[in-house]
Write a protein of this length. Structure first.
Length: 636
């Protein structure tokens, strides 16, 4: 669905573990001939919710956007112009202005407003624009309607949109209809009221409803406009989440960190306040309500925000959109996230979100002075960030960072036994089936899945997959283990694999200075291990995992190769390098950890209070004996 197709990853995949030193090819979009300006997309309602979301999504992807509004001098219109849109005047009651706005456009997005124009006015506006689009020979018109509008709902706000759908289908204009459910954004204005711990609504607390973030509508429309061959002639019901009203209240309380009580308002009281028309719509939400195939929508448009992640992204709590503390009295438990440098954020997100099914719970564009302080960089060196998690998890995340002028990949030219932060473990449900599907999609692997029985008796299967920025992702399946898999059948990050010269020293540091616990220890050798890992004959591995025994995610896997020696590449693993850089932990109070580190004789850098994508608070950093950088951030 992204502007960078997933199979573009294969352009930069190479066998780093096998010592392949070829330079990675450059990824780029097909060039637009200099003599041909980029196609123009007209967005109506550009200063409103849906139109604004569509305009911003298209602008972020580099499209030429013409933003139509009745008031080009308004503040929202000037903000869009500052982002690169061309703002034009257009009025649905003035067909000539619509023709002028559509002149020379390749595609258009149409949003009509029942609340502002009423049933007759909305229908007239839709028809006027469709007529103008037909006259202007627009190549693709995307109309935003309402979910289930084609089911004779009997409510004017739905039925009018369906009439516009039918008019559009008969017009001859190539079209797609997107039908969103209720907006998550409508709850944002209730923040102050909800912090009191009471959520009131007339709908039955056990009735299921559907919601979508307006920003996701923008992203979906952008996806549709970028792939007309897939979506022309279709009408798509879209939703980001579904839950009962009681679950909705519980989610709000969870994000706010308080107990939230659902209080059902009597219908008579609600109607006296909201009026009969709104009450009729609200009763429909209760029964029969929306009916959307959530599995299909998530398959078509991966990475849509859940209601919880929407609230987190909106900053509904001090810890919103931040990794959660994973420490007790200075004892670290599981890493919150691994920082990874990337050359192209869209390519990276295509893997972690679109393929593996993880969620983006925080993102940022532009310079970051806080991160720059931690990494001794100029703030402008950082251009884009995304924090990605397995849904429902607060540890084992990935902090993707795109740099203005990235350094060399840490793993470029590395041998299998070189010392560095090496692989990422991602759990896979039915590994062999996942391997076959990914290979068919164009991903490159180092061999086929292997099965090994550890001395402890644990049977595991794994296969190494090459990914963006010289990453090596180890898809792992352990017999008898169950994980909270994404809807794509993956979960992680499990342990991050670090290659060290002395496993004893590294383990003792993690356990004594930091407080991690030993989870497992195995000596692996033999022909099957040599083939699976890519070792010379007679070599072996001393493999140990430390972390939180109660958590499958965010551990540290320590590997010492026996019988071979490698180069120390840890000094290269520092921003703005590409690939695996360092691990991060979140604590509520740095004081006990500072005392523990000092008692163990471990030097650390105190960066003071910094503001970052993960919130505000003090941060320290230190290195393990092997040279792995560890950052610990205080967040209450």
């Amino acid at each position: 669905m992204r502007s960078h197709p997933l199979f573009a990853l294969t352009a930069v995949l190479l066998c780093a573990a096998c010592g392949d030193n070829r330079p990675a090819p450059t990824i780029s979009e097909p060039a637009t001939p200099a003599s041909e300006p980029p196609p123009v997309i007209l967005v109506t309602g550009a200063t409103g919710r849906q139109g604004g979301a569509v305009a911003r999504a298209l602008l972020e992807r580099g499209h030429a956007v013409r933003a139509m509004t009745r008031r080009p001098s308004s503040e929202p219109a000037r903000a869009l112009a500052a982002l690169g849109a061309t703002v034009v005047r257009g009025d649905f009651e003035d067909p000539d202005s619509l023709l002028a706005a559509l002149d020379g456009t390749e595609a258009a997005f149409l949003v009509t407003t029942f609340a502002e124009a009423g049933a007759e006015g909305e229908l007239r506006h839709g028809r006027n624009f469709i007529d103008a689009a037909a006259q202007a020979s627009v190549g693709h018109l995307v109309f935003t309607s309402a979910a289930n509008a084609d089911r004779e709902v009997g409510i004017s706000a739905f039925d009018t949109k369906h009439e516009i759908e039918l008019y559009l289908a008969a017009s001859g204009v190539p079209f797609t209809v997107v039908r969103p459910v209720s907006f998550m954004d409508t709850y944002l204005g209730n923040y102050e009221l909800l912090t009191g711990g009471k959520f009131s609504d007339p709908i039955d607390p056990d009735a299921t409803n559907y919601w979508i973030a307006v920003s996701d509508i923008g992203r979906i429309v952008a996806d549709v406009l970028e792939a007309p061959e897939t979506w022309l002639g279709q009408a798509i019901d879209i939703a980001g989440d579904a839950m009962t009203m009681r679950e909705l209240a519980d989610t709000m309380g969870h994000v706010l960190g308080i107990e939230m009580v659902y209080s059902r308002t009597p219908w008579s009281v609600y109607e006296a306040r909201a009026g009969p028309a709104t009450t009729r719509l609200k009763r429909w939400f209760e029964s029969p309500g929306y009916d959307v195939d959530m599995a299909l929508v998530r398959e078509q448009f991966p990475g849509l925000l859940t209601f919880e992640n929407f609230l987190i992204r909106a900053g509904w709590a001090d810890r919103a959109a931040r990794p959660q503390p994973s420490s007790e009295n200075g004892i670290l438990k599981s890493f919150s996230h691994l920082t990874v440098g990337v050359v192209d954020m869209d390519v990276a997100l295509a893997l972690w979100v679109d393929t593996f099914g993880m969620e983006v719970v925080a993102e940022s564009r532009g310079p970051d002075a806080g991160m720059a302080t931690l990494w001794d960089l100029d703030p402008s060196a950082i251009v884009r960030q995304a924090y990605v998690l397995t849904p429902g998890q607060s540890t084992g995340g990935i902090h993707l960072v795109q740099f203005e002028n990235p350094g060399a990949p840490v793993r470029e030219g590395a041998e299998v036994f070189d010392l560095l932060p090496k692989n990422l473990d991602v759990y896979a449900e039915d590994l062999r089936a996942k391997y076959a599907a990914l290979a068919e999609s164009g991903f490159v692997f180092r061999g086929e899945p292997s099965e090994v029985t550890a001395p402890s008796g644990v049977v595991f299967r794994e296969v190494h997959m090459f990914a963006h920025d010289y990453l090596n992702v180890v898809l792992l399946e352990v017999e008898g283990e169950d994980h909270a898999y994404t809807d794509k059948g993956f979960a992680g990050l499990g342990p991050v694999i670090t290659i060290v010269p002395d496993a004893d020293a590294e383990q003792q540091f993690w356990m004594n200075a930091v407080g991690l616990e030993q989870i497992s220890a195995n000596l692996l050798s033999g022909p099957e291990v040599e083939r699976m890992v890519g070792l010379p004959p007679g070599s072996g591995l001393d493999v140990r995992i430390v972390g939180d025994p109660k958590n499958d995610y965010g551990g540290i896997e320590i590997i010492e190769y026996q019988g071979v020696e490698g180069r120390n590449l840890y000094p290269l693993a520092h921003p703005p390098a590409l690939g695996n850089l360092h691990v991060n932990y979140i604590v509520q109070d740095l004081g006990p950890l500072r005392v523990r580190l000092s008692a163990a004789g471990t030097a650390f850098n105190d960066h003071g209070a910094v503001d970052t994508i993960f919130g505000s608070g003090r941060s320290i950093s230190f290195d393990t004996p092997a040279g792995l950088r560890v950052e610990v951030h205080e967040r209450n």
